[in-house]
Write a new protein. Structure first.
Length: 280
């Protein structure tokens, strides 16, 4: 029987990231054979994944990275808030973002899941990739990002300008960052009113028409009230129409127009996305 030294255990731990006792037990089973111990640890990891896969994952962390050519955002869920604030869990999110950027992944897949499964074997909690966002950036585009707290929420807002140099101006950068904060605060469902699905609009019209059905007013007046209710509702759920978080006297769209005029450029929002940790 081979003698298992502390140095051997340390070496296996540094190579695999597994716990000290798991490394020692694997080396004992492998009779000191490093390669065999590594194989045993991987099998133990698979068993750990299978054992934990039915446990609920209602906590998590959002990670965001960009490389100048694209931006990536990944939501990874876990069982407890203790793990969600763990450095290893945070590092996992960053590694997943690197994979998304390198491969232009737009949704969870086997490669990302395999990386998470490796972490499950080490951290000893069920985890899963909940959401993935990837957006390639043109030279005339800029991604403003925001992460709330320890990754409880993440936001990406992609802007476009007729002059890419506009994004170097402090006032423009401040505005783009403020819009990311705005999305975190107001969680809009759509970018603009034209993006709202027709089915949803019709459903809201039915609701508002039912609300005014018994009003003692002409049908034309009631229909005007319905349309007013609809426009108000859509304005509340669409980013461009919402009252700007830093200036409620104007909408996000009007504030963007004002910032554009002041800085000699034309800004627009081409896309946005936000993830909330632990949710789909």
């Amino acid at each position: 029987m081979a003698t298992i030294t502390a140095q051997m255990v340390k070496q296996l731990r540094e190579a695999t990231g597994a716990g000290m006792m798991d490394c020692k037990n694997a080396l004992v089973k492998a009779n000191g054979d490093f390669a065999e111990a590594d194989k045993i640890l991987k099998e133990m990891g698979k068993a750990a994944v299978a054992k934990r896969q039915d446990r609920p994952t209602e906590n998590g962390r959002i990670s965001i990275k960009q490389n100048g050519k694209a931006v990536a955002m990944v939501s990874v869920s876990c069982e407890t808030d203790f793990v969600s604030s763990n450095e290893k869990f945070a590092a996992l999110g960053n590694e997943l973002c690197d994979m998304v950027l390198a491969n232009a992944y737009t949704e969870p897949n086997d490669a990302l899941t395999a990386k998470v499964n490796e972490a499950i074997a080490i951290i000893k909690e069920n985890m899963a990739v909940r959401n993935v966002y990837y957006k390639a950036l043109a030279d005339s585009q800029y991604a403003a990002t925001y992460i709330h707290g320890d990754g409880a929420m993440g936001v990406v807002v992609v802007f476009q300008a007729d002059n890419a140099e506009a994004f170097q101006k402090d006032a423009v950068k401040e505005f783009t960052n403020d819009v990311a904060l705005h999305v975190a605060a107001f969680t809009p469902s759509h970018l603009s009113m034209k993006d709202v699905p027709e089915q949803y609009v019709n459903e809201q019209l039915e609701i508002f028409r039912a609300q005014v059905k018994d009003m003692d007013k002409p049908e034309k007046v009631k229909e005007g009230i319905v349309r007013g209710k609809l426009n108000k509702h859509l304005g509340e759920i669409c980013l461009l129409s919402q009252n700007f978080v830093k200036d409620e006297t104007m909408s996000v769209e009007k504030k963007m127009a004002a910032v554009s005029k002041e800085n000699g450029c034309k800004l627009s929002i081409v896309d946005y996305k936000f993830f909330v940790a632990g949710t789909k």
